[in-house]
Design a protein. Sequence first.
Lengths: 144, 144, 74, 74
Amino acid sequence: MELYHGCLDTKEIFGRWLDEQSDSNYGAYIPFVGTIRAEDGIEGLSFDIYEPILQQWFEEWVARAKAQGAIVKMAHAIGDVPVHTSSYISAVFSPKRRVALELIDAFVEDFKANAPIWKYDLKGGKRLYAEDRSTPMDGAGVLA
Amino acid sequence: MELYHGCLDTKEIFGRWLDEQSDSNYGAYIPFVGTIRAEDGIEGLSFDIYEPILQQWFEEWVARAKAQGAIVKMAHAIGDVPVHTSSYISAVFSPKRRVALELIDAFVEDFKANAPIWKYDLKGGKRLYAEDRSTPMDGAGVLA
Amino acid sequence: MMIKVEFLGPIAREPMEMEATTLAEVSAKLKADERLAGWLEKCAVALNDTMVTDLTTPLQAGDRVSLLPPVCGG
Amino acid sequence: MMIKVEFLGPIAREPMEMEATTLAEVSAKLKADERLAGWLEKCAVALNDTMVTDLTTPLQAGDRVSLLPPVCGG
C-alpha cells in the first residue's frame, strides 16, 4: 500500500508494479486508475485517510488474494488532488484471467464501501465534505 | 486497434492511452495486460491473426462501449512472443466505475471467445497449435 | 474507567475522554450530545483501530474508540 | 458459380475454388473431403469477411468463404 501527498504518478506506479512482478509468472495484470473528473465546477478533490484501519483493510485483501494465488496493490492520494489527475490506483496480478477480473471488481467495490477515506470537494477556496457521494461503512450505526 | 510484430511495449501503450484521454474527463481507466506465462516448457507463444474480421469485431465493441459513454482500446502481438512478455492489452475508459468494471470483463471474455486469433506453443523449435486451450467461435459448426 | 473517543474525517470534533466500561455506555453518552445526533447512525466504530459492531464489547482503561463517518475513497 | 473457400489459422490448407450457389452446397462439398472432417464442426464461417450462420445464404460469383477454427487470443 502506497500513500502519496497530492496526485499519483500513474505511469511510474503502473510501470514499477509491472517490473516488480516481471518474473512472477502472472498471466493477468489489471490496474484500475481513478482520475478526478471535472464536474460541478470543482477545482479538485481532497482526501483524509485514517491509515491504521486502511492498512488493516488492505492486509485482509492481500490475504484474500493470496488464497486465490493472486496479489493486490493499492496507491492513494492524501490531501488535495486537481481535476484530470489521478487520486487512486489499485491492481490485481493473477495467473488466471477469471480470478483477476473478479478480484479487481470485488476489491475496487469494497474499497469504495469500506476503505476509511473521506472525500472533499475543492470549490471556490472551500473544502466541502462530499457527503452525498459517501456511504456508511459496513457496521455503521452501532452506537445509534 | 493496434497490432505489433512481437511482444508489446506495455508501458508505452499504457502511458500513451492515458495521455490521449487526459482531457476526456473519464473517471475510470482499466487496462488488462496479458503476459505469457512460462509453463509446460514453452519458450513462448506465437499468434496468427485474421485482421479484417478482428477489426470488425473490435468496431462492434467500440459501438457498444460508446452507447454506454465509454471507450475501448486493444493491442495484440502477431507472431512470436517470448515468455514473461506481453502479447495482449485491452482497456476501457468510462466516466463511471461500474460501467468500466463490467465492460472490461465482458470485453476481455468476448475477446477470448470470438477474436479471430490463433495461438501456438513455441517448444523445442516447433510451432504447435494450442488446440486444447482454443474454443470454437460463436456459430461454429454451421458447415458440419 | 477512562477511555478516549475520537472523531475521524469530516466530523471535525476534538477527542473526548469519558468513563465507560462497554460500548453501550459510550453510545448512551454520545447520544446525549445533540451535535453528534446526526452522525451516530451513519458512523462505523473501531476499538483501538479494530472495527467493532458489538455494543457489549468490554472496554479497558486507556482504550480508544473511533467514529468513522461515511467514506468515499477513489 | 465459382466461389473461393479459404482456411484460416492452423488448418493449413491452400484455398480451394468450387462451384456453389449456397453455403449448404459448400458444406456438402467440404464434407466429402476426409481431411476436413474434424474441422467442420469446430469452425465458424465468414462470407466476404462477415460472419454467417445461415446455410441458405446465397452466394455470388467471386464470393470468398472463410473457415475460422477454434480461437485463443490473449
